[in-house]
Unconditional design. Structure first.
Ligand code: FMN
Length: 271
């Protein structure tokens, strides 16, 4: 651990990028310690230093628990500050108009670039917030609540939520672990994609499942995905990461309305 460094009022807990990256884990319980404007400005500033395709993003944040609740995106109750990262076509279109051009591009591709831009900003900001001793967890269902988010935060057409981020100082009484990943050799391939064999896939599953079960991840979160049909044969002692993923993505969409329809309602031309 590197020394604690004081810069003005901000306490940096680590300035070693590898230490920050390798120890980061999602935090879902926070203390009541507020995030000062000073720290907020620093982490936002670091966020927007991410590489960008066309700065196709905006961030809206709130410290208001009532607003957080209204969004229905699974915000953890002790969250001190909630951020939503948006794909933002509006600003670039205004710039184009200022220069007396008219927008004419594939909305699908621009959306893709916007997702890339917004995701990079989010990760930069997450790592910067870790450096200041903050913890965070992303909320991936934000796009499904685009209507509510638009209402609460006055979001115009052609601006669309990518992901939410709960932030706060970690409550250390709630233990968290560094979560496993697939073995690197099954993730990064030189020169040619390696289509994994059944056995290699099983190795991937094993590396994840063993870690999540040993760490009691789902027991602590009480986060089993219920089966839509039949009795659940698996107790929490055997409920694994691969079982969780399988249940999540094999029983129909979370919301009846497909994401594409929601995107179209928010002004994106994706036909
Ligand atoms: C795009 C994205 C969406 C996520 N959505 C949620 C979510 O809605 N709720 C939640 O508790 N965690 C969410 N997570 C956190 C993941 O569960 C977590 O990153 C993963 O289990 C790995 O654990 P780690 O972040 O501690 O390494 C999300 C993560 C990502 C990258």
């Amino acid at each position: 651990m590197s020394d604690v460094v004081e810069t003005k009022n901000i306490q940096i807990t680590s300035d070693n990028i590898f230490e920050i990256i390798n120890n980061r884990r999602s935090i879902r319980k926070f203390t009541e310690k507020p995030i000062t404007d000073d720290v907020l400005e620093k982490i936002l500033g670091a966020g927007i230093r991410a590489p960008f395709a066309a700065q196709l993003y905006s961030i809206v944040y709130t410290r208001d628990p009532e607003k957080m609740k209204k969004l229905k995106i699974g915000t953890y109750s002790s969250t001190q500050l909630l951020m939503i990262f948006f794909v933002d076509f509006r600003k670039i279109e205004m710039i184009i108009n200022q220069r007396n051009y008219n927008y004419d591009y594939d909305d699908g591709m621009l959306l893709w670039l916007g997702l890339q831009d917004a995701s990079l900003v989010a990760e930069n900001l997450i790592l910067a917030s870790e450096a200041y001793g903050l913890g965070s967890v992303l909320l991936g269902t934000a796009p499904l609540q685009a209507d509510l988010i638009a209402e609460v935060f006055n979001i115009p057409s052609r601006v669309f939520p990518v992901v939410g981020l709960c932030l706060g100082y970690p409550d250390t009484s709630f233990e968290t672990d560094v979560r496993p990943r697939y073995p690197l050799k099954y993730t990064a391939f030189e020169d040619s994609y390696a289509d994994l064999s059944e056995q290699e896939i099983q190795e991937c599953m094993k590396s994840m499942d063993k870690g999540y079960i040993t760490q009691g991840y789902y027991i602590k979160l009480q986060a089993k995905v219920p089966l839509k049909k039949g009795k659940d044969p698996i107790g929490y002692d055997k409920y694994s990461w691969s079982e969780h993923q399988s249940r999540k993505y094999s029983q129909g969409s979370w919301k009846k309305e497909p994401l594409l329809a929601i995107l179209k309602r928010h002004g994106f031309n994706l036909d």
